[in-house]
Every structure is written in structure tokens, then in C-alpha cells.
Design a protein around this ligand. Structure first.
Ligand SMILES: Nc1ncnc2c1ncn2[C@@H]1O[C@H](COP(=O)(O)OP(=O)(O)OP(=O)(O)O)[C@@H](O)[C@H]1O
Length: 236
């Protein structure tokens, strides 16, 4: 299978300090890889570096056949990468409809995702189309953030802790939504502390520690190896 994302020997950090210390990671076309690791391991830093929000010191980031290390976020976006940021970051003063229209730009013919299709996938958003971003529940904001990302028609989604701050029943709604995207051919790199959610959605697991990927396994294998999960993540 070909890889949509190939990261090689990536080094990055803040103000000359090192956070990513030689990251090697691939995400297969259409596959979901869960990026696990303790707080401070560098997961968000990796996602931001792939998106072009942080310039790497060295290394390569390939999306398809384009090398995007150091490219600006709009260039990365145009190559088919979309981010659902931690904390959701929807535009609070704008309505659901305005948030979606802004992300869609001009609906061009032949695009897989349109505002209408996002509403079909998430009827709750359609009901709330006139509500402002800050009038939505946490789960609705998360759905809006996912809808905005889909409107970029991505081949790779970067999801940074989609369960963060959501009640368990709402996490389940988000899981059902993301499961519904299987078969759309969208690959995902999923940063997630909620192991149940990560295991449910991802075919493979990659574990980050001190700025490096220290373990990679199919989800079924990782789940079965509780001793290793405990050693790597501090959970049972
Ligand atoms: N904007 C920033 N400026 C300086 N240092 C930062 C910045 N963002 C993160 N760091 C530092 O980089 C390291 C990695 O943080 P990062 O957020 O990437 O980890 P993480 O694995 O995503 O953790 P978490 O699960 O807590 O979000 C931490 O030591 C953090 O303090």
C-alpha cells in the first residue's frame, strides 16, 4: 500500500530547543494511525509541524509525492491535508453556516465535500445552522470543526484529541461520525488520550516518547500486549 504521509528524521522545536528528535512515521493511503504517548511527548508539535504551523529544523515531510517540510500552512492544505485542532477552534462569533461557508470557499464542481453534504452527515449541525459557534455544545463544536476540515476535501486529516473535554456519550457520537468516514478514502493521523476511541478508529498505533516514535504495531496486536501498553503509556 502506498503512504499518503511519510515523515523522515524530522527535527523541530521552539526557540532552538528540541521537541521532535528524529521522527519517522508513515500513514497509509486511506488508513487511520493513532498517535499515542504521554503528555509532553511531542504529539501536538508533530501535528503542527506536518500542517506547516511550525517550521522544522530538518528532515522531510512528504504528502503523496510532494516534499512539504517548511511549507506554509496554505500550501500544505492545498496538498490535501486538513487539521481538526485541539480545543476545536471554531469561530465563536460566526454561525454554523458561516463557519462552514468560510471553510468551503467557493464550492467548485467535482468536489467530494460540500456544505450540503456536511449537513447530511451531521443533521445536528443542520438544525443549528443559525446558531453562533459559542452557542454550541462541546460535541457540536467538535462536529463543526470536523465539518470544516472535510470541506477542504482532504486526503489526510490531522485530528488532535477529538475527545478532549467531551462527555463519554458525546465521544461516542464523534466516534460514530468518524467511523462513518471509513470508505471515503480519507487517511487520518489521530492524536488521542482516550485509548478506547483510538483503538476503535485506528488500524495501527504509533507511540511517541521524548520526540521519537518508539513503537508501531497493528491495533489488535497492541491491545493484546497489556504489558507493553503499560510500559509505554503508563496505563493497563
Ligand atoms: N508553543 C510552545 N512554545 C514552547 N514550548 C512548547 C510549545 N508548545 C509545546 N511546547 C513544549 O513542547 C513539548 C511537547 O509538547 P506537545 O504539546 O507537542 O506534547 P503532546 O505530546 O501533544 O502533549 P499533550 O498530550 O500534553 O498535548 C512540551 O515540553 C511542551 O512544553
Amino acid at each position: 500500500m502506498t503512504d499518503v504521509l511519510t515523515v523522515r528524521d524530522l527535527r523541530a522545536g521552539y526557540d532552538g530547543g528540541t521537541v521532535l528528535d528524529g521522527v519517522d512515521l508513515t500513514v497509509p493511503e486511506g488508513g487511520v494511525v493513532a498517535l499515542l504517548g504521554r503528555n509532553g511527548a511531542g504529539k501536538t508539535t508533530l501535528v503542527h509541524t506536518v500542517m506547516g504551523l511550525l517550521k522544522p529544523y530538518s528532515g522531510s515531510i512528504r504528502v503523496g509525492d510532494r516534499d512539504l517540510a517548511g511549507a506554509a500552512p496554505h500550501t500544505v492544505a492545498r496538498s490535501g491535508v486538513a487539521i481538526v485542532p485541539q480545543g476545536r477552534r471554531v469561530f465563536a462569533p460566526l454561525t454554523v453556516e458561516e463557519n462552514l461557508r468560510l471553510a468551503a470557499g467557493r464550492d467548485r464542481a467535482g468536489r467530494a465535500w460540500t456544505v450540503r453534504r456536511v449537513y447530511e452527515l451531521m443533521p445536528r449541525l443542520a438544525e443549528r445552522r443559525g446558531h453562533r459557534g459559542d452557542q454550541l455544545s462541546g460535541g457540536e463544536q467538535q462536529m463543526l470543526a470536523i465539518g470544516r476540515a472535510l470541506l477542504r476535501n482532504p486526503r489526510l486529516l490531522l485530528l488532535d484529541e477529538p475527545s478532549d473535554g467531551l462527555a463519554p456519550a458525546v465521544v461516542d457520537d464523534v466516534a460514530v461520525l468518524l467511523e462513518g468516514l471509513r470508505g471515503e478514502g480519507i487517511a487520518a493521523l489521530l492524536v488521542e488520550q482516550d485509548l478506547h476511541l483510538a483503538f476503535r478508529l485506528a488500524g495501527e498505533v504509533a507511540v511517541m516518547r521524548k520526540g521519537q516514535i518508539v513503537h508501531r504495531a497493528p491495533t489488535s496486536e497492541f491491545r493484546a500486549d497489556r504489558a507493553r501498553a503499560h510500559a509505554l503509556l503508563g496505563v493497563g
